[in-house]
Design a protein around this ligand. Sequence first.
Ligand code: GLC
Length: 420
Amino acid sequence: MTLLLRTLTVFAALGAAEMTAAAELSLAANTTGKNVNFMREQLDLFEKQTGHKVNLVTMPPSSSEQFSQYRLWLAAGNKDVDVYQTDVIWAPQLADQFIDLAEATKDVVGDHFLSIIASQTVNGRLVALPIFTDAPALYYRKDLLEKHGKTPPRTWDELAATAKEIQEKERAAGQADIWGFVFQANAYEGLTCNALEWIKSSGGGQIVEPDGTISVNNEMAAAAIDRAKEWIGTIAPEGVLAYQEEESRGVWQTGNAVFMRNWPYAYALGNGDDSAVKGKFEVMPLPTANDGEEPSSALGGWNLAVSKYSDEQEAAIELVKFLSSKAVQKERALQLSQLPTIASLYDDPDVAAAQPFMPNWKPIFESAVPRPSAVTKVKYNEVSSRFWSAVHNTLSGDGTAAENLELLEVELTEVKGDSW
Ligand code: GLC
């Protein structure tokens, strides 16, 4: 090619790019379950519709690790990531690094549950738009409970007794690897959720109350954590101390657990063709300390936020609106069994047919207990990590719950200082 021709070709290419105003975006998303495959499929659709390109930056499945990485990137004013998938608890901590979406989403924001939008609103700024909400379930093996003449447990003690009995009988019958109960006791955000559930459902409060009082050092909370310690090595493998969601699901889905505490994403995966428990399980609300009390699920959920350092904020907003839209949320519910943040989808017959538990899960998520992120604001991660460490120490045999909660109260008082 002559120089002139080459120059003309370059100009033509530039002109075309300008006309379509196509942007190249990057989206940081977590890798739990099939989230990445699902996101990629949706991004391909978005690319076709808009002409933009989107790169997926995959993050570790642990919410805590993801948070640490985001914080580093954002503190450095990173321009490489335009859109961040964010945990429901992060809004107050990262609010200053994300743009206000209120104006750009005012046509769609009313479709979502108000409480979720409120949780992502900090000082009047909407810092993230929800893509799904989360409230955990007790998964149980219907076939095994029936075989051994057991009913689904309502209290933690009933759960432990049933788990123990079935574990022993199944092992005696040759199922050497089976365990009674798997959950998440690694030292990370997931343990904060599990332990909050044990404590709240035992009348022990919610770590830091909505009015800012540090309530965690109390007898009911200590008893709840001590009870969980009893499970380790008896009905739950020692390894549970290193389990996050995916490790528990691994044991469960190969048929090696009677019960599992996990989020709704494990429902679709457990019913997948490659699952040993396909069609053999059901889900129910988590147990309580005493029969008849309200169950306490930790409120989870994920959102999308636009970085204030992004050079492509307009296109990034388009992407956020696309991924949080009713159509994509419906697809997410159908394929990944994740709970929509749009009320009408709970009455959708396709959703109910694909995920029969889902219509029943609306009241469960609506009454779920939020972690104390709104009240402790920018100090939430510090509060949560001190809490999960105190619990993890107790579960590992390093101090009693009463001792560790007493220390925790001192630490949290220091973290709080004059105010949260
Ligand atoms: C789920 C929840 C999230 C929570 C995490 C803990 O992903 O949606 O809110 O922080 O689990 O592991």
